[in-house]
Design a protein around this ligand. Structure first.
Ligand SMILES: C[S@@+](CC[C@H](N)C(=O)[O-])C[C@H]1O[C@@H](n2cnc3c(N)ncnc32)[C@H](O)[C@@H]1O
Length: 191
């Protein structure tokens, strides 16, 4: 059961709580996670509230919310451009929520590849991506179902969760867009 912490709980939807729980189920309690496009740090704060020993590095162009991510935060707070940043360590998991579709279209695949390369064998990639199809073109980058499958296969990732939901976005005045929610595991090393 997720114990609501008043500092961040109101910033997460019940659905996001569910995905956080499903994500953490795959991780060791002291896992190291990279939160790509971390924003204020609402997800990172939630991870640590549930797994006290987890270490989360936050990557964003802006600094996180100091009410959520204190100065003595145990992970790195990396203020950088996602498109040009190269991770300096490896991770047990990468969390990339509500950000891939904000990048320039030509950067989506390279950024995805670089972040996946920072995963240790058997590591978990969690990301969201807008869905496009032949009848519904987006102004921002989106993927078809086949596109998602190819992206995962090209990066040695096996899906463990793939759901499609109509999500209301604040910047669209609450209108909904079909969005993929994906968790995948990187291939383990074979002997
Ligand atoms: C919609 S917010 C999502 C924040 C967080 N993942 C969440 O869901 O609460 C997108 C975040 O990505 C960051 N971002 C977008 N493009 C970026 C880039 N090229 N480099 C660094 N950060 C970027 C923005 O600053 C913003 O904090």
């Amino acid at each position: 059961m997720i114990a609501p912490d008043p500092k961040y709980a109101s910033q997460l939807t019940p659905l996001e709580h569910t995905y956080i729980r499903r994500f953490l189920e795959h991780l060791a309690p002291d896992a190291r996670v990279l939160d790509v496009g971390a924003g204020g740090g609402r997800f990172a704060a939630a991870f640590r509230a549930l797994h006290k020993e987890i270490v989360v590095d936050l990557l964003d162009q802006y600094p996180p919310n100091p009410d959520l991510i204190s100065k003595d935060w145990p992970g790195d707070v990396i203020q950088n451009d996602i498109v040009t940043f190269r991770p300096k360590r490896t991770y047990d998991a990468v969390w990339m929520r509500n950000v891939l579709f904000l990048l320039p279209e030509e950067a989506v695949q390279p950024v995805f590849h670089i972040m996946t390369a920072s995963l240790r064998p058997g590591g978990i990639m969690d990301f969201t991506m807008l869905k496009s199809d032949e009848n519904f073109k987006l102004l921002t980058p989106g993927l078809t179902r086949q596109g998602v499958a190819a992206l995962l296969a090209d990066n040695d990732l096996t899906p463990i969760l793939m759901e499609e939901r109509d999500v209301p976005y604040r910047s669209l005045d609450g209108r909904t867009l079909p969005t993929f929610f994906i968790q995948a595991r990187k291939a383990r090393l074979t002997a």
